[in-house]
Design a protein around this ligand. Structure first.
Ligand code: DHB
Length: 388
């Protein structure tokens, strides 16, 4: 009797071991409720589309994505990451809709030696917080310094900056201001709006009262529609002041809702739904079909490309999901994304990508960010400067 129970238990363990071996688990942590739901929805849609197109099996392993909602609360992100690593035994952590959420989970990636794929957040320091962090989104600094160069060369002499008062806003402000001033530009005022329950109106009014040539704005995805509504309510689109910034403010997901007020806005960014490549045309079409009523934005490609990175790394390791092996496989990987050619910098594990200058135009009844200049293979300039 005892012998048969032991034999039965042994068989059970063997079976569960085999099952565990056959699956690679990805813990996808995103804000799926609360004020930043829009970010989570776009990233998740990108992840799902990739799986829909490429199947659920790689190198003989079934890819199991476990989705959890952190409501954009950093303590919750950390608790979920811990729980996914300890109880679910995930092989990879992914997602991370905002910088504080990515930062709170990074120590868990280090302790557990678990790759952490940042698909959305954009502050430069995130990849430095753990040797297991890899990024498929962007850094604000990548586009901010290119925006500053365009402004300085295109008749903008006096600018006001308005950013959300947390790490990516500080990066967006600093990179723009430093570069713009170096090139002879003048920054009259630098305004910072709180992250929680923001009221943009008084800041926008103050910016307009300073009568700059351009207003440089960074507001995180999820809050841009409110900012633009208040911008239009105050008639700021009619003052002659140019709206510029990283592309968050003209997010493809919500841009159509702005109407003519957004026409002519100039931004520097890594993704446009209007990017003129065959790969992107197919991506936009498939995304819209799978998600009626949505248009893919820059967050969605972070999710889509993050899954590509995971799939291709597993192919390279022959299905070995050990953290160090996966990170080694991810370093230096290069491929064509819907946004254009991208790669993972083997030194920093951060993304290298084209940054495009774009102008909001109406095309076939819809508003789009139409690209008019390309800056190729841009590394995060904050890390590039530190390395010099
Ligand atoms: C973050 C950065 C963004 O550019 C954005 O649109 C939303 C969030 C972030 O890093 O928190």
């Amino acid at each position: 009797m005892l012998r048969s129970i032991i034999a039965g238990l042994a068989a059970l363990f063997a079976a569960s071991g085999a099952l565990a071996q056959d699956a690679v688990k990805v813990g996808l942590i995103l804000p799926l409720t609360g004020p930043f739901t829009a970010i989570g929805k776009q990233v998740e849609a990108g992840v799902r589309l990739y799986q829909h197109q490429h199947g659920n099996t790689v190198a003989g392993k079934r890819i199991e994505v476990i989705v959890r909602d952190d409501t954009a609360n950093a303590d919750t992100t950390r608790r979920i990451a811990q729980e996914l690593v300890v109880n679910e035994k995930v092989n990879i952590l992914a997602g991370f809709g905002l910088t504080p959420l990515a930062l709170s989970a990074a120590p868990i990636a280090t302790q557990a030696k678990t790759p952490l794929v940042v698909m959305a957040a954009g502050t430069s320091i995130i990849t430095e917080r753990s040797p297991y962090v890899v990024r498929t989104s962007f850094t604000l600094a990548q586009s901010a310094h290119i925006m500053a160069e365009w402004a300085a060369k295109n008749g903008i002499k006096r600018a006001v900056t308005l950013v959300t008062d947390y790490a990516p806003g500080h990066d967006a402000e600093k990179s723009f201001v430093d570069r713009f001033k170096t090139l002879g530009g003048q920054v009259i005022e630098s305004l910072r709006v709180p992250l929680q329950n923001p009221d943009f109106a008084p800041f926008l009014q103050r910016a307009a009262d300073a009568k700059p040539d351009a207003l440089y704005v960074f507001v995180p995805a999820g809050q841009t529609a409110i900012a633009m509504k208040q911008y239009v309510e105050r008639g700021l689109d009619k003052t002659g002041m140019k709206l510029i910034g990283p592309g968050d403010i003209v997010d493809d997901d919500v841009l159509n809702g702005y109407g003519d007020a957004a026409l002519g806005a100039i931004t520097a960014h890594m993704y446009s739904a209007a990017h003129p490549s065959a790969k992107n045309k197919a991506y936009v079409e498939a995304f819209k079909k799978a998600n009626p009523g949505m248009r893919p934005n820059f967050m969605s490609v972070g999710g889509y490309d993050g899954m590509h990175l995971i799939y291709e790394a597993l192919k390279k390791t022959g299905g070995n999901a050990d953290g160090d092996s996966l990170i080694a496989a991810m370093k230096g990987m290069a491929w064509e994304s819907p946004r254009g050619p991208i790669s993972i910098d083997p030194q920093t594990r951060d993304i290298v990508q084209n940054i495009y200058m774009r102008r909001v135009e109406r095309l076939g009844g819809e508003l789009y960010n139409v690209e008019f200049a390309t800056f190729e293979a841009i590394k995060d300039p904050v890390k590039a400067m530190a390395a010099k």
